[in-house]
Design a protein around this ligand. Structure first.
Ligand code: FAD
Length: 504
């Protein structure tokens, strides 16, 4: 009889249901120490624990014996298991987070067993796909890896050419909904007894953790995850592209899918999500423009796969990167939402309430501010890891350290993702109700993002002088009158002083 350990982010029935109950039993470890590691958001804990408890039942209903062990640390759960089944050869699907395989191997061997790791079939690309593509390349760019994956899968291809004659339609995907725009309905789940019990348990066990469980609405079963997928396809996919980059006060979802938690814990596979979207978009009656299906496919086949490989190849060094020498502590408002900057208070309030914000809030509001203000990349990385329901080290660290904080000096992005108040004003309606004015760069009401932006350009100009994509902002800064530059930098000193005193 073989025993296989299943992690809380590996809850995939297609993979584990394919084993034979006559010769396979499963082990699941519900570890409280693991939940406390980063002081995770309560909704993240409720998501994982509720989904694990449901998954156990689903496996049992499929005829498997599941050893479900509640324990403090993983090592305690493993010890209890090896006490009952000595000298076991334990199977484990390749974990995504760095070091998990080696640390578990060590524990298991101390307990007198062996750990056999098998490949994770849930990725759309193999390690060989990426490694062969990356070989000899000085710079890794998602765009080119994605093109190779489009060719490999044949998705959105006309022979060797991309469907519609272009690999991406980003230029068409920067629209902002008009005032009064009616967003589609949200899908709501009614928690069953298992979910309610998990919510209660998390509230009691992790009382001091950030976030609230009120309104918990994440899919915790395969059936709910499939409902979420269908709902997204029917109500949102068509406008996913055009409004992909928009920011709207009080609207977390817009036309995004909210599928990352379900995909990251295994309830849905990336493959089935892409195929379902491609099939839905292929039916003319569904009116899904190419810009939307391409944009959505790019997020999963492109960005998600690419980030996984970057992490696999660059850890553990990636986590410690700090090429811009940023060392400022994380401001308190990242934990409370209490700031006069409307875009930030809106995003933090949202994440505390639900454990989620969409990509542009992560990249161009919360990450952008941290980058401009010179906040330690490790501090903001930990914050993202702690507060998001879909956060796992393999996906947070490359997105935060690499993409958002430029801490690996453009290891895989051609320029830092930075913007001042004008961008936020153009892409959102936050500025209309904000205490600061995005049109001003000096004076007490000037948007902090704007002076921070120019200060960033000024202090890092030497580093970016040979970067063609940074040429325009640097030359715009240099063309400004010296007295204007002095006034902006002076305003920025005020902004940083206010930040230090938690008065921003
Ligand atoms: C600073 C920062 C932190 C992030 N932290 C996380 C995280 O903890 N967990 C996480 O899954 N994603 C993270 N992302 C990527 C992205 O923001 C989220 O995947 C997305 O917002 C999830 O919401 P959604 O499911 O509605 O996505 P949609 O906009 O509907 O996109 C569809 C899917 O594409 C995938 N995807 C899109 N962009 C990325 C990306 N850059 N990397 C990996 N997958 C991507 C996700 O699976 C997502 O569900 C982060 C991005 C940034 C810039």
């Amino acid at each position: 009889m073989q025993h296989i350990l299943i992690f809380g982010d590996q809850l995939n029935l297609e993979v584990f249901g394919a084993f034979n109950p006559d010769n396979t039993q499963f082990l699941m470890l519900e570890s409280t120490t693991r939940g406390r590691t980063y002081g995770f958001h309560k909704q993240k804990l409720a998501l994982v624990y509720a989904a694990m408890r449901h998954f156990r039942l689903e496996l049992e209903q499929s005829g498997f014996r599941v050893h479900y062990r509640s324990c403090e640390a993983f090592s305690d759960g493993l010890k209890a298991h090896f006490d009952e089944f000595p000298r076991l050869e334990l199977g484990l699907m390749q974990p995504s987070d760095f070091g998990m395989d080696s640390s578990l191997s060590e524990i298991v061997s101390q307990l007198g067993g062996t750990l056999e790791i098998f490949a994770n079939p849930l990725w759309l690309s193999t390690n060989t796909d990426f490694d062969a593509w990356a070989q000899g390349k000085k710079e890794w760019r998602m765009e080119f890896f994605y093109r190779q994956m489009r060719k490999k899968t044949g998705w959105l291809m006309d022979g060797q050419d991309p469907k519609g004659g272009a690999w991406n339609f980003d230029a068409d995907n920067r629209q902002v909904p008009k005032p009064g725009h009616q967003f589609p309905p949200k899908l709501e789940f009614t928690p069953d007894a298992i979910t309610l019990e998990a919510l209660d348990w998390v509230e009691g066990m992790f009382k001091a953790h950030p976030g609230s469980l009120e309104g918990f609405n994440w899919a915790v079963t395969r059936d709910q995850a499939l409902q979420a997928l269908t709902h997204f396809l029917e109500h949102r996919l068509a406008l996913f592209g055009p409004f992909e980059d928009a920011l709207v006060e009080g609207e977390d979802q817009l036309y995004h899918s909210l599928l990352s938690p379900a995909i990251n814990i295994g309830l849905l596979s990336a493959r089935e999500v892409c195929i379902a979207a491609l099939e839905f978009a292929a039916k003319p009656e569904n009116n899904v423009p190419l810009q939307s299906i391409e944009g959505f496919t790019r997020q999963i086949l492109g960005w998600r796969e690419f980030m996984h490989h970057v992490y696999r190849r660059q850890m553990p060094a990636l986590r410690l990167e700090n090429q811009l020498n940023a060392s400022r502590a994380l401001p308190d408002f990242y934990w409370t939402g209490k700031t006069k900057m409307r875009c930030i208070s809106s995003a933090v309030t949202q994440v505390l309430a639900t454990g989620h914000t969409h990509h542009i809030q992560r990249l161009m509001v919360l990450g952008n501010f941290a980058l401009l203000a010179g906040i330690s990349p490790q501090a903001i990385n930990d914050w993202f890891l702690t507060l998001y329901v879909d956060a796992f080290d393999w996906v947070v660290t490359p997105n935060v350290i690499g993409m958002s904080q430029y801490a690996n000096a453009g290891g895989f992005t051609s320029k830092p993702y930075i913007a001042g108040g004008a961008y936020i004003s153009r892409m959102s309606n936050h500025c209309k109700t904000c205490a600061f004015n995005p049109k001003l760069t000096t004076g007490v009401t000037a948007c902090p993002f704007s002076s921070l932006y120019w200060d960033f350009i000024d202090r890092h100009a030497a580093m970016f002088k040979n970067n063609p994509r940074m040429g325009i902002p640097i030359s715009n800064w240099n063309k400004r009158d010296p007295s204007e530059r002095t006034a902006i930098l002076e305003r920025n000193r005020e902004v940083l002083a206010l930040l230090e005193q938690n008065l921003l």
